[in-house]
Ligand binder design. Sequence first.
Ligand SMILES: NC(=O)c1ccc[n+]([C@@H]2O[C@H](COP(=O)([O-])OP(=O)(O)OC[C@H]3O[C@@H](n4cnc5c(N)ncnc54)[C@H](O)[C@@H]3O)[C@@H](O)[C@H]2O)c1
Length: 383
Amino acid sequence: MENLVTADLARSAKGAVPSPDFWRGKRVFLTGHTGFKGCWLSLWLTTLGARVCGYSLAPSSDPCMFEVLGLAQSCESKIGDIRDKENLQEELSEFEPEIVFHLAAQPLVRQSYITPLETFSTNVMGTANLLDACRDLTALRAIVCVTTDKVYENREWLWAYRETEALGGHDPYSASKACAEFVASAYRNSFFSNDSQISVATARAGNIVGGGDWADDRLLPDCIRAITSAQELEIRHPGAIRPWQHALEPLCGYLLLAENLFSGNKDYATAFNFGPSNERLISVKSIVEMVADCWDGALSFRLHEADAARHEANILALDSTKSRQLLNWQPKLSAMKAVQMSIDWYKAFYDSGSKTLMIDLTENQIADYSRKLCGPTMPDGKD
Ligand SMILES: NC(=O)c1ccc[n+]([C@@H]2O[C@H](COP(=O)([O-])OP(=O)(O)OC[C@H]3O[C@@H](n4cnc5c(N)ncnc54)[C@H](O)[C@@H]3O)[C@@H](O)[C@H]2O)c1
């Protein structure tokens, strides 16, 4: 491990960028490709030259990013349930992936109170099905399972959580993702250990913003719905502090993690946090104010006292030292820049809606972000 750290310190202090030379022609299987982060990742992989096969349920929001970006045309798209092991296994065997990203999940805390069993079956058994179906794939080298910052037993303290800290989960969503971590760990120890050519890592990231998210009960989509329907938005938990970041930040981390896993070095087959630096932790209320500023004050909102029946953590911070040191991953965008990029995306969509324009804009945001990784680091608020 020490050698890895030394080697990484010798690399650029500006942060690594996913390598087109690595990704060109790679066969990548991606679960959750019809969802918000899956769409960004599919497009990024495609622009890097990878051959992508996605496996998910049909898109559920209207509008949805999958349609906006025309992803059914640019990647192989399989509509299927992650809980249908037989179908999943067939699609994996037919595609023969070299790399798998697992993003399919029921990802919403509030929904998990309404459908707890479905949340557990999708997030826990879905992960077990996927890892089990991967066991006999001969071309496969790397699996990245995406969980969340909410896997940690939240102690409501000021310190950021490290990967070694206790897992927990107060609500069904958080607990299901902590269980997914245990499933990944058990499969890694039992079937993908040192004598296997397949390496498995988990990736834990925080609250993501970015264009193209229309999920229920998420802050940015709620803001966008309020703006576009000229309704007043009620803000729950205005003081809650979260590790907000643009989708491109953790996705860059997942890509770098897969590249390193692919090398076969089992030191990378563990858990990795991808969060903003501590000074970039921002309250819910500040994010809402940023959205209002970026959309020329068009958002009207009022604050609502916390819904006492439903527990939500007040402070949640991730320590990403390991990702910085071992992957040379660096968060680059301030919260303000992340919100600005998101609002630019939604404004373009609601102003024009043209598929060509939205594909160009999304590709440009990815290209600008990748260039930024190669350029100088800017202080908060100035990038
Ligand atoms: N967006 C965030 O703020 C955030 C934060 C932390 C972690 N995550 C994690 O990132 C991943 C992607 O999240 P997202 O924001 O893109 O969510 P999303 O709801 O936009 O997408 C979820 C995807 O999973 C698929 N899916 C759901 N149930 C399925 C099933 N039974 N079978 C097959 N596919 C199924 C959906 O079709 C969709 O493609 C999830 O694992 C989520 O837990 C997201």
